[in-house]
Design a protein around this ligand. Sequence first.
Ligand code: AMP
Length: 449
Amino acid sequence: MTKFKDLGLKDEVLRGVTDQGYEDAFPIQEAVIPVLLTKRDVVGQAHTGSGKTAAFALAMLNDIIPKKGIQGLIMAPTRELAIQISTEIRKMGKHTGIKIATVYGGQGMGIQLDALHRGVEIIVATPGRLIDHLKRGSIELGDITHIVLDEADTMLDMGFVDDIQFILDLSPEDRVMSLFSATMPTAILRLAEDYLHNPKQILLDADDLSGEGIDQSFLVIKDRDKFKYLLDFIKPLKGQIIVFCSTKYRTRDVAKYLHQEKYNAVAIEGDMSQSRREQSMAKFRNGKADILVATDVASRGIDVPRVELVVNYDVPNQEMAYFHRIGRTARAGTEGRAITFVSYSSIGDWNIIKRQIKVPLRDLNQEMHIEVSIPDPLKRQSSSRRFGGGNSYGRGGGGRSSYGGGGRSSGGGRSSGGGYGRNTRDDRGTKRKDTDSDGKNSYGGRSRW
Ligand code: AMP
């Protein structure tokens, strides 16, 4: 394993790295830093948790000269990721004198303009708000020497491709650029081809999206029983938990019901103000909250090391979202678990995701002897592909749970209250656009996230 001190970084950069307690470079850092230091472009297939932030940031901190204007630009899809990147760069760059501004929609322009007026060398931005600044002249890209597109596939999914092209077209040709993406769909390869010069391709963790190292399981249950099972799963745990829901309404309901059960839970969903989202994330990150209930807004890029369990309260509506959600656990080599609740109407979607899971997947219905009765013949057909003809999930319902004893009746307790009886999967096919630029989205309406 290569040590940071052997990567050719300046002393003041190395001191920041050592302050963080990092000594050995992660594989992505070992591969990316020397290439960027030679000013060659990089396309890296990497996800959060691999150490990619340090990989691109250290090369940037090494080359950028303090007090010489904006030289580094990092674009990220969400405010949370932008803030996280800035925080990490600030820590690593604290001996360099390099200053960073974070610009993202949802925060007042004033704060960002003040930061920019004080003079910064690196901008970490979500694309929409960056364009607002470019249009009003508060950010200029003429002296940019380093550009990073982080989580490029998410930015594309969110409809930022035109914004990114607009921004890149304004920046100098002669710059070092790196693009990081968890997946490499054609659109990303095309973007890389158009904007990067002879990039070195670094495909390090293509397998990470299989969720290796994560104990993955699923449980087929009635939608209205989910909350009761959630409580059963989280009760014995000591570590932090993330619960992913399909819509903001579900997110709010689940957080509310957890509060009623006296759990210290915070929520993040697209309708919350930026400051409330930040407060929730800060509480969760510093351990003041045990449970984060979130829509997919929070599933990418957020690195909280102590997450012991991810619960997919609803089956995600995209295969990739599943892997990004469960990737919030088992960070940096720790062990983690992910449980997916599959309501009857989601079995078809779950089967599609399941086919992509290349590691052993535990069937909790079998392990816990929980029977399901699937009313819809179509769904029964799709489920039988997985559950086999013997069908231990015969009719009869009621759910013989091997845990919780007879104490909790099916559908009883709080979970029978509103909000759990319906499966709200009508969001499928709706493409998300970041609620950047002060919370509006390009679809004119309010997002479901
Ligand atoms: P990232 O993929 O950039 O979000 O980083 C994942 C996590 O690993 C973050 O919490 C970093 O602080 C941590 N980290 C990054 N590089 C190293 C390293 N070389 N040694 C130890 N921890 C690291």
